[in-house]
Design a protein around this ligand. Structure first.
Ligand code: HEM
Length: 501
């Protein structure tokens, strides 16, 4: 009689064999064909973006990174996987990044898997992210710039080293605060991680990146359905939600049943909260109190880390490419001499008069995208042919921005920092590069907040370089860790006031 143990072992072996045969012929690390442990381990190490680049160089456009998981590097696959009405839906990786409120997990724009629900959620809020609306808050962003520069001047005068990486994140946080809630979040003023929000977001990302590889484990961990019943105070551990509720309560009040009270709110501002409260009060069914809370908190969660990563990358590549740094500073100085720039520099001025800077911004985001894992989607039934291979329905596919941004057929010398490629390439090449630029995702689920990030980048970088010479304190000048977002740490710099400023 076979023992229970031998039956169990036989079942496990059969399962592994089944896994192996499912996507037979798609190359990749041998262990990945059998089990998700390979992917889990690779993500756990915090360097998966580099592993993914190496794997695609070795195996080609399709790499099997799990039993049902395929990483794709061909930019031509972007409109297929992420295009409108293509039927590819978000995977279980996303919902575990939602917040919990009123004792329930609440899906936001980012985490929602149901496309219809997502469409209904995005419709009323989308216009608040348009550049026209964001620019209405430009003067508020300028107050963040003033505060940031004042703090940096003090540190530069003291000839102290500056954790510029951290300060850029404080800046990004306060800008999101101004645009979302018409208030700074206190980061620049206090020069510290207010309410531990940066740490809280890092913890959430680290959890999502690892648990997201085995999402079935989520209900046994932080997604345990018993927690809201027996541990309701858990909601108050999420600083992002706590902050959002505090911000709402400063302007209106949430009643006992969780509804936002109309009496003491004011709907006439141009920040997102005012715009969305106005919609809510006109038609609560179109945008409920729940929707208000999840949309506002999504901004705090999604808007600061991603932008800070991009800001650091731009300065990092400039510091390590002195020629490019000189060109940007020369461009700013010339525009200044021609009296084309205000103080602080406006977004429109930056776009109109600083073309080399725009190319630098693009090139830095190409080399160091904020997102460092594949942006997962499920292949719809009955399957799809990608790069000449049939992938059955249910396969998890996705493109990693780090991989597609290094496609040598689109970006020659992919590892080199060459801002000129964005200025000197012919129209066809430029179009191919734009189509392969995947920093903000693509299609209906692409990033609505990119307007906010672009506004920040085009304003604060020239402003900093107009006023300071910046160098790093040591080499290597940062450490990176891929926790879904590729964060940089210890980007410590010296700032010196420029004689021309
Ligand atoms: C450099 C900065 C940023 C980068 C690189 C970035 C990247 C991304 C990417 C790749 C996606 C798509 C995810 C997917 O397709 O599954 C996304 C979605 C999203 N981002 Fe951003 N983001 C940035 C800044 C922001 C900002 C500033 C905000 C808001 C304040 C924001 C809010 C969102 C939201 C709400 C979504 C979900 C959109 C939807 O599915 O409808 N992001 N972002």
């Amino acid at each position: 009689m076979p023992s229970i143990l031998s039956i169990f072992v036989a079942l496990v072996l059969l399962r592994l064999l089944y896994n192996r045969l499912r996507l037979f012929g798609i190359p990749g690390p041998w262990l990945a064909a059998y089990t998700r442990l390979w992917k889990l381990h690779s993500v756990w190490q915090g360097d998966h973006h580099h592993t993914a680049i190496d794997l695609h160089r070795k195996y080609g456009p399709l790499v099997r990174i799990g039993p049902r998981h395929v990483s794709v590097s061909d930019p031509k696959a972007i409109p297929i996987i992420y295009g409108i009405n293509k039927g590819f839906t978000k995977t279980a990786f996303f919902p575990l990044q939602s917040i919990s409120w009123n004792r329930k997990p609440q899906m936001n724009l980012f985490s929602a898997r149901d496309e219809r629900f997502h469409r209904e959620q995005r419709r009323p809020v989308a216009s608040a992210y348009s550049m026209t609306h964001i620019l209405e808050r430009e003067s508020a962003v300028d107050t963040c710039t003033d505060l940031f520069l004042t703090q940096l001047r003090t540190m530069a005068d003291a000839k102290a080293s500056v954790d510029l990486g951290m300060w850029l994140q404080y800046y990004a946080f306060d800008v999101v605060g101004e645009i979302t809630f018409a208030q700074k979040l206190g980061f620049l003023e206090q020069g510290r991680d207010v309410d531990g929000m940066i740490q809280a977001i890092r913890g959430m990302l680290a959890y999502a990146s690892v648990c997201g590889q085995v999402p079935e484990a989520h209900p046994l961990l932080l997604g345990n359905p018993l927690f809201p019943i027996f541990l309701p105070q858990m909601e108050s551990w999420n600083q992002v939600v706590v902050f959002t509720l505090k911000a709402i309560n400063q302007r209106a009040s949430l009643s006992r049943n969780g509804e936002v009270d109309k009496a003491d709110s004011h709907d006439d501002g141009n920040d997102m909260m005012s715009r969305w409260m106005a919609i809510h009060h006109a038609d609560p069914e179109r945008l409920s109190t729940r929707d208000l809370i999840v949309h506002l908190s999504a901004n705090v969660f999604a808007g600061s880390d991603t932008t800070a990563i991009a800001l650091r990358a731009i300065l990092y590549y400039l510091i390590h490419h002195p020629d490019a740094m000189s060109k940007v500073q020369h461009e700013v100085d010339m525009a200044d001499q021609a009296a084309r720039l205000s103080n602080p520099i406006s977004y429109q001025e930056s776009i109109a008069h600083l073309p080399y800077l725009s190319a630098v911004i693009k090139e830095a985001m190409r080399l160091h995208p904020s997102v460092g894992l594949i942006i997962e989607r499920h292949v719809p039934a009955p399957g799809i042919t990608l790069c000449g291979r049939h992938l059955p329905g249910g396969t998890v596919v996705g493109i990693n921005p780090w991989v597609v941004h290094r496609d040598p057929t689109v970006f020659p010398e992919p590892e080199s920092f060459l801002p000129e490629r964005w200025l000197e390439s012919g129209p066809e090449q430029l179009q191919a590069m734009e189509k392969a630029f995947f920093n903000f995702g693509a299609g209906t689920r692409s990033c609505p907040g990119k307007t906010i990030s672009l506004l920040e980048m085009h304003k604060i970088i020239p402003q900093l370089l107009r006023e300071f010479d910046i160098r790093t304190c040591r080499e290597p000048s940062w450490k990176t860790k891929n926790v879904w977002f590729v964060q940089q740490e210890e980007f410590i710099c010296y700032l010196q006031a420029r004689s021309t400023s």
